[in-house]
Design a protein around this ligand. Structure first.
Ligand code: HPA
Length: 243
């Protein structure tokens, strides 16, 4: 089964033909919301709104462990995680979709592992390539087949939030090698790896990162680019599920 995690701009997934909802509890607490099950084409899908259906849980307050555990516990094998980011690289303009190929984690204080407590074995999970290569290829192929423009590759910097970055912080991220910046990519991706799930981010560029673009003194979110971005995400998911 495929899981789709919707970001703050995608708390509902209109292309999903819903069959039922299920409340799932986990040893790590409650996930953000009940899981919504259904189909897109012939693909069985479970949808989760990362910030809750009311979009009320901030990035640093999400129970990432409960979310990923809940998906794993209902039989999910693959996760497509949608997230809004700010564009740092010049071609990462608002409205674009990007399938990143790596991550730099700047978050702190989040419950970031299942390997905790005295009676758990120490496991060093390989995270060299944080995204599943097979899933990356399949999503990029769907982008090509659906004629949805989608950039292939880029480094996703994950910041703590909930405030946006300063211009100086974005310059530092850029010097570190980051191409886009968001707040929810970690520890979600690492927790998925710990449970052996195939995981991939599909990022939607909502704005120029602080200090970038035509209005470097203030971040602007373009509402039309956002609506357009979500339409593109759904077109991409539709073709992906039909492949
Ligand atoms: N910074 C951090 N997170 C974000 C941004 C940003 O500019 N845009 C959307 N999520």
């Amino acid at each position: 089964m495929l899981a789709i995690i919707g970001g703050s701009r995608l708390a509902q997934l209109p292309i999903l033909q819903i069959t039922h909802r299920q409340v799932v509890r986990t040893p790590f607490g409650d996930p953000s919301c009940a899981l919504t099950f259904g189909r897109i084409d012939s693909q069985n899908v479970v949808f989760m709104a990362r910030h809750g259906y009311g979009n009320s849980i901030a990035p640093h307050e999400l129970n990432y462990r409960a979310n990923i555990w809940a998906l794993h516990s209902v039989g999910v094998k693959r996760v497509l995680a949608i997230g809004s980011v700010g564009g740092i690289r010049p071609d990462m303009a608002p409205g674009m979709l990007v399938v990143p190929d790596n991550i730099i984690d700047y978050t702190w204080g989040r419950k970031h592992t299942f390997y905790e407590g005295p009676d758990r074995p120490l496991v060093r999970v390989d995270f060299t390539l944080p995204y599943d290569p097979e899933l990356r290829r399949a999503v990029l192929a769907a982008a090509e087949n659906s004629a949805v423009p989608c950039l292939d590759g880029g480094v996703y910097a994950v910041t703590q939030g909930p405030r946006l970055e300063t211009a100086a912080e974005v310059l530092r991220l850029q010097r570190d090698g980051a191409d886009m910046v968001g707040m929810t990519g970690m520890p979600e991706a690492a927790l998925a790896r710990e449970l052996g799930l195939q995981y991939l981010h599909v990022c939607h560029i909502a704005n120029w990162a602080a200090g970038k673009g035509a209005s470097p003194e203030r971040i602007q979110f373009a509402d039309d680019a956002l609506a357009d971005g979500m339409a593109k995400v759904q077109a991409l998911l539709t073709v992906f599920c039909a492949q």
